[in-house]
Design a protein around this ligand. Structure first.
Ligand code: DQA
Length: 144
């Protein structure tokens, strides 16, 4: 079975308590559970991880380059700042990366409008809350 890494960046461990008017009330565990259900439906093995550290995300993207068929990446605030994550996504090509954000980053503060992940992702899904993860898995399954 093909493995997809679902990687989550800083502060996403706070989902459920963090700004629920923006990010909703579901926890990251709820989202992990839904991703695993979607994985069963789509025939994908889900390896779901979260870290508050940029280097962990870089290491995991590199690992995905060796072990995974694809990546769903919500890099949190590092999306907007991290050249290291940009380079890692670029380095693992042709392993496809789908960028996900719970909120619509384009409808928020200007500093969130730019993504360093997007130029090397196969696509981006934002603004649909936790459903975005499931949509990203569907997009990856179609691509794989
Ligand atoms: C986020 C959007 C980012 O701008 C923010 O820093 C996050 C969460 C989202 O899922 O909407 O931490 O990636």
């Amino acid at each position: 079975m093909k493995t997809v890494f679902v990687l989550n960046g800083p502060n996403l461990n706070m989902l459920g308590k963090r700004e629920p008017s923006i990010y909703g009330v579901q926890t990251l565990d709820d989202i992990a559970c839904d991703c695993r259900k979607a994985g069963v439906e789509l025939g994908l093995e889900i390896d779901f991880r979260q870290s508050n550290h940029e280097g962990d995300l870089v290491t995991w993207i590199q690992e995905a380059g060796e072990k995974a068929a694809g990546v769903v990446l919500n890099a949190g605030a590092y999306t907007h700042t991290s050249i290291a994550i940009h380079d890692a996504v670029r380095a693992v090509a042709p392993v496809p990366v789908v960028e996900v954000h719970l909120s619509n980053i384009h409808a928020r503060e200007p500093f969130r409008h730019a993504s360093r992940v997007a130029p090397h992702a196969i696509g981006m899904i934002c603004g649909f809350g936790p459903l975005g993860y499931r949509l990203a898995l569907q997009a990856l399954a179609a691509r794989l």
